[in-house]
Design a protein around this ligand. Sequence first.
Ligand code: PMP
Length: 407
Amino acid sequence: MSLNIQDIRASFPILHQEVNGKPLVYLDNAATTQKPLSVIEALDYYYKTDNSNIHRGAHTLADRATRKYENTRELIQKFIGAKEVEEVIFTKGTTESINLVASSFGRKFVKKGDEVIISTLEHHSNIVPWQLLCEEVGAILKVIPINDKGEIIFEEFEKLLTSKTKLVSIVHVSNALGTINPVEEIIAKAHAVGAKVMLDGAQSSSHLTIDVQKLDCDFFAFSAHKIYGPTGLGVLYGKREVLESMPPYQGGGEMIKEVSFEKTTFNEIPFKFEAGTPNIGDVIAFEKALEFVNTVGKKQIVDHENELLAYATEKLSSIKGFIPYGTADNKVSVLSFLIQGMHPFDVGMMLDAGGIAVRTGHHCTQPLMNRFRIEGTVRASFSVYNTLEEVDRLYESVSKIAKLKNK
Ligand code: PMP
């Protein structure tokens, strides 16, 4: 069954506007996706009807808010295939989820001389927390190299693994190139030397079906805003036994069992890692984003995005001066490119003048850009509500822009 994209588009109010006198073509979905009306209305409804603080309240509103908040947690459990609902922790986003693991797991289990492995494809948020940790404890950060197509070199990864490897933290899908990493193989190899594995699922959560039990990853992080949900909200999944072995990340309300000036005991997971009043309204609204994905169907979404990506790649490749970055065999949603002789920022500005929103720059992956000896790229990233006609508009505009320098 093919998707009715016009019906889907009708539920995204933001798409129906003109930008610079042209109908908006939103192709910056890897940065953040747009929100369906159901999410926007759920947020509105929460603040008009249920707003109250959760878990401790002895009144009806608090009870309603708590139930809805915990309901989203259950939906996420199913969405990522976690064994238990307590393994789902709410955070501010992927960035905070990774920092939580670096700070809590890292400080406890990574010692002087130990090793942490990441890859050249990482977003800064999966580089800097590990650098900070390694500097603090005297551990060594190792980086898996990539080939010219933007794929990790698996044999090199195997060579980096040693008995000192405590953690491998790797991006599931690259935000800059779209490469899908062979994470199942990575996880199996890492586990064989006794290392834990963290997956940065910021991009994969919206494009791939996630089953953390099948993957057997120890941690999985993602952000609600990249999967049709609100900003400022994310998830950290962790295996129960690993989470229980870790100290709290932040101290405060909610994460304690009992507090005295002499000693504090901590709450059970997930609350041990959720200090303070959480982002209640956004958690509740996120349920609607997940419902949207479940209703449309992950496979249908991915098939549609793959069709758009294949069409865009084929069309834009015919443009004189078009240079693609990230040509992995296994990739999703992202078309990163440069136009010969032009700065990516200028290309982005000209596209914006025609109502087309793309991202330009290093995409928070400076070491990856350095690997290709470039400052940045132009990145078009596709989502379920994009159409082939929008790809045609991208193609026509890029063609015109490229002709300015490539006669
Ligand atoms: N990792 C990847 C691969 C990403 O694409 C992003 C967002 N661009 C992040 C991590 C960070 O996500 P957030 O800013 O939502 O914390």
